[in-house]
Design a protein around this ligand. Structure first.
Ligand code: SF4
Ligand code: SF4
Length: 432
């Protein structure tokens, strides 16, 4: 009996062996390519220009390792982590296949970690999780202490639990946006609460580095904390936490509470007329679909079944195996929210929705290979600049930070902004 819950690298071998080296994982499907400058979808292939730095190349490496033809050398380890784990290759590959590229990349990382240990930057991240309860070694403050200092609402019995996350809690530059999010939700009539010092880290960095035991422990703690709050809904401010709680935590822990991202909550409040964007914001904006808010947040689809051969050679899954193809991410709510802000004009980037180019924040690349993360962010900003928009909007705290740095390094032709901040500017009574 086979399952969609792959527990180890060798369980992915039958799917990886289907790869015909077509290289479609390096590009969006041809029908989705709008200009030559935006014809690649894989940040690592754009940067390193070798097949090993692509979804297909990493599948070859995984098979070679499983077959004993390769071992985990330093070069091997650097290639495996020189990838954003952004899932773009997975979505492009699945345009015409059911190969689980992203699953394979993450399990390959777990294998590499167990055989050769973490890269120095990742060792610091794992150490920060152990010491401070969050993955940010540059912020040596315990997560609970940072959350307590924010003095956010604590209301017993409130139906909406706002999940802050370490990237908001520990970055003073994001605190105004964090408070604006809560103000907007309250302005819309929601009775919200937070967990304060009791909010744990959901563990994304452990999953991405490959410490799956640590991820399981953190995910179970997070799921318990959410369910124990008694809230009906958990509204995540961070895209990374949203993706992890929606797509990854349910694979290792029972989570009964509905998970939303804050842009979905804004969208519902605006549609119901409980929040009104009245002030004009005379700007043009392009929206960055972060990998976390987009394709990586598509919920996990459980399946158990068998493989049968038909016509002597064609393999089919029985019953048919549901496959995550990236279209189930959060794409429409942010666009609807932006469209409701009077005066604001949305101009789309060529690579968007499930084929969006990563902005450099995902996959723990920044911690280990910061120059590569910066180059990815710069490529995304260049794409945004080509739209002619004044603003590049995102709702991902890490993405906001790396894109802001890249935009400044490129001469400040476009301003990186948060959707929350622009909505706050338009809603009467919420400080901009
Ligand atoms: S991983 Fe998928 S898209 Fe990439 S080479 Fe293999 S089959 Fe083609
Ligand atoms: S996960 Fe992203 S960076 Fe890594 S190989 Fe796939 S598309 Fe490239």
């Amino acid at each position: 009996m086979l399952s969609n819950d792959f527990q180890a690298l060798d369980e992915l071998r039958p799917l990886a062996e289907k790869c015909p080296r077509c290289s479609l994982c390096k590009f969006p499907p041809l029908v989705r390519v709008e200009d030559a400058a935006s014809s690649g979808v894989c940040p690592s292939y754009e940067e390193f220009k070798v097949h090993a730095s692509s979804g297909g190349g990493l599948l070859v490496m995984a098979l070679s390792l499983l077959d004993g033809r390769s071992e985990v050398t330093e070069t091997f380890r650097r290639l495996v982590y020189g990838c954003h784990a952004c899932g773009a290759c997975d979505v492009s590959c699945k345009f015409s296949s059911d190969i689980e590229v992203q699953e394979t990349l993450l399990h390959l990382r777990a294998r590499v970690l167990s055989e050769r240990g973490p890269l120095p930057g990742h060792a610091a991240v794992l150490d920060a999780i152990a010491r401070f309860g969050h993955p940010l070694p540059a912020k040596p403050t315990p997560l609970g202490e940072a959350l307590t200092a924010l003095d956010l609402p604590r209301r017993r019995g409130a139906p909406v639990l706002v999940w802050v996350g370490p990237h908001f809690a520990l970055d003073p530059d994001r605190h105004a946006t964090l408070r604006r999010s809560i103000a907007l939700l309250e302005r819309g009539g929601l009775r919200v609460t937070t967990l304060g010092a009791d909010e744990p880290y959901v563990g994304r960095a452990a999953l991405e580095i490959g410490d799956r035991h640590l991820f399981r422990r953190l995910a179970i703690d997070a799921a318990r904390a959410i369910d124990a709050s008694g809230a009906e809904r958990v509204v995540c401010l961070s895209a990374e936490d949203y993706a992890t709680l929606r797509a990854d935590v349910p694979r290792v822990a029972s989570l009964r509470t509905r998970v939303e991202h804050v842009v979905e909550a804004y969208d519902a409040l605006l549609a119901a007329g409980r929040l009104v964007a009245g002030r004009r914001v005379e700007r043009s904006v392009t929206w960055h679909d972060s990998s976390y808010l987009g394709r990586l947040s598509e919920p996990y689809l459980a399946w158990r079944g068998v493989v049968r051969k038909v016509s002597g050679q064609i393999e089919v899954h029985d019953p048919p195996r549901p496959v995550r193809r990236g279209g189930g991410g959060c794409y429409e709510p942010p666009r609807r929210v932006l469209a409701r802000i009077p005066g604001l004009r949305l101009v789309e980037m060529p690579r968007r929705r499930e084929y969006a180019f990563d902005s450099g924040e995902s996959g723990q690349v920044e911690a280990a290979l910061p120059d590569f993360a910066s180059a990815t962010a710069s490529r995304r900003v260049a794409e945004a600049e080509r739209t002619g928009a004044d603003l590049l909007a995102t709702e991902c705290p890490q993405g906001h930070r790396v894109l802001t740095t890249a935009a400044a390094d490129r001469g400040g032709r476009i301003t990186v902004t948060s959707l929350t901040d622009r909505l706050g500017e338009s809603v009467e009574g919420v400080a901009s």
